[in-house]
Design a protein around this ligand. Structure first.
Ligand code: ZN
Length: 237
């Protein structure tokens, strides 16, 4: 067998490996698993963000409650003084206290309004958090389940791939180093790196017509002949 025939055999084994690797990458279960993994990661980010939001909302609520208590105490203190018979030295002082009470009561009402909004908001956040957290748990469980099935499949696929790679290595043993290095150099640019001559004078890789002198050299199979157009190693059976 000529070196070019051996190289052609090697390319067949090489393409088997490449095709199977592509098949493995495009395996539907793998695609689904990758999507699910991204979904799980997104949901975890969302859950984490909501936990932070909830903590911040709770803190604001606590602050507002404390403020509410303070205002209530203020109102009570002024009211008590107003009710006491000897609370004020002059009517001007009493009038001033009354204004203070009105002001404090207005603030208290505003505070109560804010507080009721906050309670409603935090209930809303709480419900949404619960919903998202449940979805996140469900997605993670689904991922874990699918991953286990996929791992089993992957083990089988890897076994087959290794067999194909072994066959390729076996085929490489028959090929001269100079032919192999030329093949690999072209492989880095063009895949597949070899093309069959078709119709007697055309490159099977790019369909360009080749000069008669080229096809003649090619039939000798004594050396590597590359297509002038696509650079592939030409081969004739
Ligand atoms: Zn070509």
């Amino acid at each position: 067998m000529e070196q070019l025939d051996r190289l052609w055999q090697y390319q067949k084994a090489d393409l088997d490996v490449v095709r199977y690797e592509t098949e493995m990458r495009q395996f539907p279960m793998r695609q689904k698993l990758l999507k699910l993994r991204n979904l799980v990661a997104d949901q975890q980010t969302l859950v984490k963000g909501m936990e932070n939001d909830t903590a911040a909302a709770l803190e604001r609520l606590e602050n507002m409650r404390a403020q509410h208590e303070k205002l209530e105490a203020q109102c009570a203190a002024i009211a008590e003084k107003l009710n006491a018979e000897d609370g004020f030295a002059s009517s001007a002082e009493a009038h001033h206290a009354l204004m203070q009470l009105q002001d404090a009561e207005a603030k208290l009402r505003a505070c109560e309004k804010d507080l009721s909004h906050m309670v409603r908001d935090s209930q809303h956040i709480g419900a949404r958090y619960k919903e998202i957290r449940q979805k996140a748990i469900k997605a993670r469980d689904e991922y874990t389940r699918l991953k286990a099935v996929y791992d089993g499949e992957l083990a089988k696929q890897t076994e087959k791939l290794n067999a194909l790679k072994a066959a390729r290595e076996e085929a490489a043993k028959d090929v001269d180093a100079s032919y192999m290095s030329r093949y690999n150099a072209i492989r880095g640019q063009t895949m597949p790196p070899m093309a069959m001559l078709v119709g007697g004078n055309q490159c099977g890789g790019c369909n360009m017509s080749l000069p008669a002198v080229v096809t003649q050299t090619l039939r000798d199979k004594s050396r590597i002949v590359e297509c002038e157009n696509c650079g592939r190693i030409l081969y004739v059976e």
